[in-house]
Design a protein around this ligand. Structure first.
Ligand code: CP
Length: 328
């Protein structure tokens, strides 16, 4: 799918006037879990993101001064394409100063400095926000206890990825109503932080969630999130409005009983399997997509697939988050 837009430019004056109408602060100064946001605040982030999305879609010069004089540190101890780039773009569009620190180059990885000491050091430089990705669940929470600035969890181990859930909600909202929506989450649910945030938020919005994958990929007692469990892909797709495929988290040394080929045969979303869902179902994936394992190329390239819309919404949501957390 290629995204092409042409519409009337939203100028800065109009942007500011629309922001003024929605402008409220978030109660929490950090975003560690999607549960840090009330339903009202979730809607505020999505509404604000829609305004910024229109601005960036319609302006060739995407530069504002709403966060002029603020500094944002992107501290990524794990690889990232989408999240790191969109947080950097978001901060720059808002006029903040951005410093990117990537895992291998840090004194934590090279010289053995602890995470707490790294972030205490950064905090002493009077920064305004840390966006952190780490392979340990709970890392962003530990950081938030150590620093006075805002902390945004950009993915912590298997735990959560709240800004991903927000961009996913914005994408779904563009196509469907949440109430009674049939949402099928397919793949490595157990090791996925994307699933961690989605399972915490979707039932709160009235979405009917089914998780599907081999038994070893489904968390024990996953039903406690208020979701259904299914190991048969065909059954789980029947009548679905949204199909969300998850990548097998091979970087977390995930093993599956059967081979990857067997897994793909049973759980890859192909055009044939997609026909079991509703005719107007959308297909989502947080990326990176592994073709022919998570989604077939045909499905990835089909008009039902909204993966690139998710990427676009990722920038808008992260602009909204930084603005709502940091703007004076
Ligand atoms: N969706 C996501 O978190 O992708 P990246 O790992 O590329 O940031």
């Amino acid at each position: 799918m290629v995204i092409v837009f042409s519409c009337k430019e939203m100028n800065e004056k109009e942007l500011l006037s629309r922001l003024k109408k929605t402008k409220k602060k978030l109660k929490n100064k950090n975003l560690i879990s999607i549960n840090n946001l009330s339903l009202k605040e979730l809607n505020l982030v999505l509404d604000t993101a829609e305004i910024f999305r229109e601005f960036i879609r319609t302006n060739s010069k995407k530069k504002l001064d709403l966060l002029e004089g603020k500094s944002v540190i992107n501290l990524f101890f794990e690889s990232s394409t989408r999240t790191r780039t969109s947080f950097e773009l978001a901060a720059k569009i808002l006029g903040a100063d951005v410093v990117n620190i990537s895992g291998e180059a840090t004194t934590r990885k090279k010289k053995g400095e602890s995470l707490v000491d790294v972030v205490r050091t950064l905090n002493a430089m009077h920064i305004d926000a840390v966006v952190i990705r780490d392979n340990h669940s709970g890392a962003s929470d530990i950081v938030a206890r150590e620093v006075g600035c805002a902390v945004i969890n950009a993915g912590d181990g298997w735990h959560e990825h709240p800004s991903q859930a927000l961009l996913d909600l914005l994408t779904i909202r563009g196509h469907k109503k949440f109430k009674n929506l049939k949402f099928t989450l397919v793949g490595d649910v157990l090791h996925s932080r994307v699933a961690g945030s989605l399972l915490r938020v979707l039932p709160r919005l009235g979405v009917k969630v089914t998780v599907c994958g081999p038994e070893s990929f489904l968390p024990v007692k996953v039903e406690k999130f208020g979701v259904k469990k299914e190991t048969n892909l065909e059954k789980s797709l029947n009548g679905a409005d949204v199909i969300y495929a998850l990548r097998v988290q091979t970087e977390r040394a995930v093993r599956i009983g059967s081979s990857m080929n067997e897994y793909a045969k049973s759980y890859c979303i192909t055009q044939e399997k997609l026909k079991l869902a509703k005719e107007d179902a959308i297909v989502m994936h947080a990326g990176p997509v592994i073709r022919e394992r998570d989604l077939s190329t045909e499905v990835l390239d089909s008009p039902q697939c909204v993966v690139l819309e998710q990427v676009e919404n990722g920038v808008a949501v992260r602009i909204a988050l930084l603005y709502l957390l940091l703007a004076d």
